[in-house]
Design a protein around this ligand. Structure first.
Ligand code: UDP
Length: 151
């Protein structure tokens, strides 16, 4: 079963949208398997966004993500990576489709509320960076067979 890494960024936390993000992912049928509320260190922020180092928005991005607490989560389900990216919407809220989180709550790219892994490979790397194996909860959910067919 696929897992993906999700952050409610500082603007989402400050605006009281943690519950909204969780509700949308739960309602979609995904299963929460890990969660922690933390203030991100500069070191962790730089590791997480290493791919953007040197870009014009990099310093602002690191300052933003370390400016206040975030909610870090791991969600699981069939095609979890693609499903969560779709629920979040395009990186730039003004390009995000109506009904997505970034559309419904955002205006600008530098305050776009959430992060979600963009590939299965990156999901594995990000989950490993943010969570210890024992912090992930393996659990059975009785409604799973009503959400997807599994044999
Ligand atoms: N970002 C920004 N300005 C830009 C591009 C990106 O502030 O011009 C920030 C934004 O918070 C975005 C993050 O950098 O979510 C990572 O960018 P990426 O292209 O990986 O988008 P994402 O995967 O978050 O949709």
């Amino acid at each position: 079963m696929e897992q993906t890494f999700v952050l409610v960024k500082p603007d989402g936390v400050q605006r009281g949208l943690i519950g909204e993000v969780i509700a949308r992912l739960e309602r979609r049928g995904l299963k929460l398997v890990g969660a922690k509320f933390l203030h991100v260190s500069r070191k962790l922020a730089e590791e997480h966004y290493a791919v953007h180092k040197g870009k014009p928005f990099y310093e602002g991005l690191i300052n933003y993500i370390t400016s206040a607490p975030v909610m870090a989560m791991v969600w699981e389900g069939p095609n979890a990576v693609a499903v969560v990216r779709q629920t979040m919407g395009a990186t730039r809220p003004y390009e995000a489709a109506p009904g997505t989180i970034r559309h419904d709550f955002g205006l600008t790219v530098s305050r776009n509320l959430t992060h979600a892994s963009d590939s299965v490979e990156n999901a594995i790397a990000e989950i490993t960076l943010w969570f210890k194996p024992e912090e992930l909860v393996s659990w059975g959910r009785d409604t799973d067979r009503w959400i997807f067919e599994s044999n």
